[in-house]
Design a protein around this ligand. Sequence first.
Ligand code: PLP
Length: 365
Amino acid sequence: MSSPKTIKLLNPGPVTLTNQVRQALLREDICHRESEFSLLQSSIRSELVRVYKEAEKDYTAVLITGSGTAAVESMVSSLVPKTSKALVMVNGAYGERMVNMLTVQGKEVYIARSDWTQDINLELAETLLKENPEITHVLAVHHETTTGRLNDIPSLAKLCRKYHKNLLLDAVSSFAGEEIHFNEWNLEACAATANKCLHGVPGISFVIVRKDSLEKKESAATSIYLDLFRHFQEQNKNSTAFTPAIQVCYALSEALKELESLGGWQIRHSYYKTLAKKIFQGLRDLGVKTLLEIDSPSSVVLTAYQVPKNHAYKDLHDFIKSQGYVIYSGLGKFSSDIFRISTMGDFNHNDAKHLLSVFKEFLEQ
Ligand SMILES: *Cc1c(COP(=O)(O)O)cnc(C)c1O
């Protein structure tokens, strides 16, 4: 079998797969109602909850077949009660998406919104929490992939403790790449996916939830498919609510093994960090500016850059792609003037060096 053409993906998921993870997709066919699948499912669930060792005691992982948005929507739908209100921290497209989810679910929402290039607005959050005691949940994006900003969750978590609110995190582009303090932040849940920092294949996502919440609360789900409680109950009986993406689970299991043999998320974090810095410095030397006013990358997972003056995004993208790398455009109002680079997946220092030489060639032509 010939191996696929190697083009390296620098978009924030799906990532360039390692050969071992890609090969895992070809394992034997199994039925999801047979013991082979129950074993696979339970080993993935217990490995996921051990990625951050401190989560193992009080949290459980619930798998959802679907992209990262499915996990976020399942968390938001099932855990925010219809009768209470939620506060959403918004400084990018993924914060806006959670507001949309709550609105579609017919739930009342307060928004602490800041400009997409700014940090989350903690002052406004505190005012809203003080004035509206009926708020039960605070929702935030850990790494806002729209801009590459790692949001100040430690400070937000302190506010949530002070006002006794439950904190829900979209950790889709940070889980296994950035620090997450389940206990200190007193997280009720966070949602993530197989195909970003975990280096798996798209199609499986998951929510890491406090066991207590799933055992003692009632589901607030406004959807059949995305009812987290239903998935939890079935998975705890070694069953599944619906047909899971079996081959994607094989790949996730392999990706989790790779993470473990690497030494865990901390090692992956440092690896991402050195790559992100190398590209950040290399592009700065070429005169490319970042979107955010920063002296070093905010998140280690992704950095957003301004498209250099006198160049069009499309020309930049097409040239870089012709040399073997896919860069990623901006979202919404940033769609034509920024580009983003993420170094998740099978990407190393030689690739980074080559990528910088490709940028140099483009900018000097
Ligand atoms: C990628 C991402 C998502 C989910 O996107 P999908 O396309 O559904 O996988 C959600 N939130 C953040 C912060 C993301 O980066």
